[in-house]
Write a protein that binds this ligand. Structure first.
Ligand SMILES: Cc1cc2nc3c(=O)[nH]c(=O)nc-3n(C[C@H](O)[C@H](O)[C@H](O)COP(=O)(O)OP(=O)(O)OC[C@H]3O[C@@H](n4cnc5c(N)ncnc54)[C@H](O)[C@@H]3O)c2cc1C
Length: 422
């Protein structure tokens, strides 16, 4: 089965063997991963602990630091802690004391979900917020400590063939040279527009969700009178919502606004001067303050999602956004990618055939991920509701109370995938 991906040229490839791959395969397994993002690097770290040789093929010249903040929930933190990332995350991440939810125009939170020590006690690990670049740096620094993890940057394209003897991967370096190898498995961790999914596995293209995110980083000094800097704030408004939390060691506040917008064709992230959001939203003092503070420093981020019926074919599989990109309204996309890595690594290590590992991984992960996808989409409807639905919504939220709400989310935050892998 010939398979191909990337923007490879038509000229005849100059093929050489990847250093050590053929010779070492007899002694230990080699796994190739496309993408040095959160999913790819977490998987590499998890595999390296089983003495598996890992080669990551990344198209960019370095680790991607685009984007702003991420909330990393306890379920993801369990996996990261087992990879010895605890100290690095403590250094640059921040543990908000609570998530405060403000309906439109509310001066006080409708509900405050206690995090901090309470999240630690209840879910066995902390809830933190962290700049994406700090998480990427922590993962990259950890990868560099393993001699059996090799990250190849500036990869132009990769091709694959499965045959009776297994899998062959050929990839093109920046120099134009081609390298070929025969790994045990290939994992596409190449994000929402994954070429592994669309070109190698003939899977679907990602579809535009109808929502855009507007992201900005603002000096904390400009917002500290309206926001509690010890907490995450979630602001609900008709047709719109916003999330704000601090990155204290950078003296910045992370802001993400979300609204609906029609897009005519596939648009990538771009810098914009101001979000195009409903005028009515400006009457909220907190949102006006955000808009004034961010000035012209916004990134417009169209939100794509993908529902892939299968996550593997033979020895080739998908993890993270490549398999199941979702709306970020439960802040779980990266968390699910990290969980995927935590489940897949021991399966690849223990299985004689990569396909067995991918089959079990899919069986263990699919239902949980789909449930998270659904709750994320439903949150969009709840957060953006307009009057009179807001009356019923606010009443239900109030009646449920913070403890009831945390209990309702325990299946997400309180889960440790180590129990799945066993
Ligand atoms: C506004 C917003 C807010 C979010 N907030 C949260 C949050 O608070 N918490 C949370 O858990 N999640 C959040 N998410 C979701 C999270 O960002 C993603 O789920 C996560 O980044 C997915 O990681 P990944 O490694 O699968 O993909 P990516 O991070 O996209 O990494 C993919 C990697 O593959 C590389 N790549 C792509 N194509 C190729 C190729 N052809 N060859 C080689 N390499 C390639 C890319 O360069 C990149 O390095 C948010 C998302 C958005 C948009």
């Amino acid at each position: 089965m010939p398979l191909s991906s990337g923007s490879g040229t038509a000229r005849a490839p100059r093929i050489s063997s990847a250093p050590g791959t053929f010779a070492r395969e007899k002694a230990s397994k080699t796994v190739y991963i496309a993408g040095a993002g959160i999913a790819g690097m977490t998987l590499a770290l998890a595999l390296a602990r089983f003495d598996i040789k890992v080669v990551i093929l990344e198209k960019n010249p370095g680790i991607q630091t685009e984007g702003a903040g991420l909330q990393i929930s306890p379920n993801a933190r369990h996996v990261l802690n087992r990879l010895d990332l605890d100290a690095a995350l403590q250094q640059t991440g921040f543990e908000p004391q609570a998530i405060d939810v403000y309906p439109f125009h509310a001066r006080k939170p409708l509900i405050s979900l206690q995090m901090g020590d309470i999240a630690n006690e209840r879910f066995g690990a902390p809830y933190i917020v962290i700049h994406r670049a700090d998480l990427a740096d922590a993962l990259h620094a950890a990868c560099k400590r393993f001699a059996n993890i090799d990250i190849q940057f500036s990869i132009r394209s990769f091709d694959m063939q499965t045959h009776a003897r297994g899998l062959s991967v050929t990839y093109e370096l920046k120099s134009g040279d081609y390298i070929t190898a025969r790994p045990f498995a290939f994992v596409g961790a190449d994000g929402v527009h994954s070429p592994t999914r669309t070109q190698v596995l003939d899977g679907p293209a990602a579809t535009y969700s109808g929502y855009v995110a507007w992201r900005a980083l603002v000096p904390v000094s400009l917002l500290n009178s309206l926001f509690n800097l010890e907490r995450t704030s979630l602001l609900w408004a008709p047709g719109f919502h916003a999330v704000a939390y601090p990155h204290p060691h950078r003296h910045l506040m992370n802001i993400a606004l979300f609204s609906r917008e029609k897009l005519n064709r596939r648009t990538r992230v771009k810098h914009v001067e101001a979000p195009t959001i409903p005028e009515t939203v400006f009457s909220s003092p907190r949102i006006s303050a955000i808009l004034a503070a961010a000035e012209a420093g916004w990134q417009k981020w169209p939100l794509y999602a993908v529902d892939t019926p299968g996550w593997h074919k033979g020895p080739i599989g998908l993890i993270g956004d490549a398999a199941h990109a979702m709306l970020p309204y439960q802040a779980q996309g990266a968390a699910m990618a990290i969980e995927d890595a935590g489940v897949l690594a021991p399966l690849l290590a223990r299985s004689e055939h990569a396909e067995q590992a991918f089959q079990t991984y899919y069986r263990l992960r699919r239902k949980r991920v789909q449930r998270v996808v659904r709750i994320s989409a439903t949150n969009g409807v709840i957060y953006h509701a307009g009057w009179p639905l807001t009356i019923a919504r606010n009443l239900v939220v109030k009646l449920q109370g913070p403890t009831g709400h945390l209990k309702r989310l325990a299946w997400i935050y309180g889960h440790d995938v180590a129990t799945d892998a066993q």
